[in-house]
Design a binder for this molecule. Structure first.
Ligand SMILES: Cc1cc2nc3c(=O)[nH]c(=O)nc-3n(C[C@H](O)[C@H](O)[C@H](O)COP(=O)(O)OP(=O)(O)OC[C@H]3O[C@@H](n4cnc5c(N)ncnc54)[C@H](O)[C@@H]3O)c2cc1C
Length: 279
């Protein structure tokens, strides 16, 4: 039997990832091309509109509103390959999937999003949604943020941002402002401190926005600590360990609630690939 015929297929354009970027590009291609031959490689049956997770964490929406069937976004005529890419072989114009299939292409579009590295903060995994710890950075976690905010009765509230690249540079702050608003409405703000602790050197990387945001945090009485990454959580003692990016020294902070923005990086299969090695 010819195994190549069974396990190999070719498409003029291959898109890896059917998230917001992948499906947007696919839609554009189907509008622009006369005879598009486009394959989308996406393992998930569901599409997640992640920006909504901030509002789920703020108590505005249920998380189910952010999830839709992926098939509703695959353009008619596109080939949907429901597998995960495990290897990129740009020198041979092909990718390999976890189903052991080889997909060849003329053009490749990489849209696999950004990977969340939960394990880089010691003590985080297994402790979310309890003891005041929460995050908006996963479908199954964002409702836990709202539970944490609405059950907060005062104390030290910390909101973190790592020094790594993250998706949506504003999300670590947006949930903090929503929490501040809720704490004021429920009269717990005057019994609380709010601190924004970030690995970044300032409140925002764009100077014009930073100027305005600095006024916002001053007006809201929010404290800040920059150039410090959250590296460890000690849930039993409600302590968070931050490491200075300048000195390497560690600072231990007490928290009663903490919204964690985890470290993120390129997906492993891209890190391992020749694309990363030549970048
Ligand atoms: C809490 C939160 C709030 C946000 N708020 C905003 C906002 O207000 N405004 C804004 O513009 N953005 C916001 N964002 C960011 C926005 O959601 C992302 O920028 C956007 O989802 C990126 O789209 P993407 O397609 O690149 O990645 P994703 O939407 O993450 O999609 C990546 C897709 O690739 C697939 N994939 C991964 N690995 C593989 C593989 N090996 N093989 C095949 N497929 C693979 C995944 O299954 C997934 O479907 C927010 C994000 C979060 C988490």
């Amino acid at each position: 039997m010819n195994t190549r015929a069974v396990n190999t297929e070719h498409h003029r354009i291959v898109i890896v990832g059917g998230g917001s970027a992948g499906i947007s590009v696919a839609a554009r291609l189907f509008n622009a091309l006369k005879h598009p031959d486009v394959a989308i490689i996406e393992p998930s049956e569901d599409h997640y509109y992640q920006p909504l997770w901030t509002l789920v964490g703020g108590g505005v929406f249920r998380k189910e509103r952010s999830r839709r069937a992926e098939k509703a976004f695959i353009p008619q005529g596109a080939t949907w390959i429901k597998e995960r890419v495990t290897e990129l072989c740009p020198n041979e114009n092909k990718v390999i999937t976890d189903g052991n299939r080889t997909i060849e292409y003329d053009y490749l579009i990489l849209a696999a999003g950004i990977q969340i590295d939960w394990g880089r903060i010691k003590g985080l995994e297994g402790h979310l949604r309890q003891g005041g710890l929460c995050t908006n950075y996963a479908y199954d976690q964002c409702e836990g943020t709202w539970d944490t905010i609405r059950n907060f009765t005062g104390g030290d509230a910390i909101f973190t941002q790592p020094s790594s690249a993250i998706k949506c540079g504003g999300a670590p702050q947006k949930i903090m402002y929503l929490a501040d608003d809720h704490f004021r409405k429920t009269h717990v703000r005057d019994k609380s401190t709010i601190t924004f602790i970030s690995g970044t050197p300032s409140i925002f990387s764009v100077k014009e926005y930073a100027q305005v945001l600095n006024q916002v945090i001053q007006r809201k009485g929010i404290d800040t600590l920059y150039k410090h990454d959250l590296v460890e959580i000690r849930p039993e003692s409600h302590e968070a360990v931050f490491r200075s990016l300048e000195t390497g020294n560690e600072v231990v902070k007490h928290y009663d609630m903490m919204h964690v923005t985890p470290f993120m990086s390129a997906p492993d299969f891209i890190k391992r690939s020749p694309f990363a090695q030549t970048a």
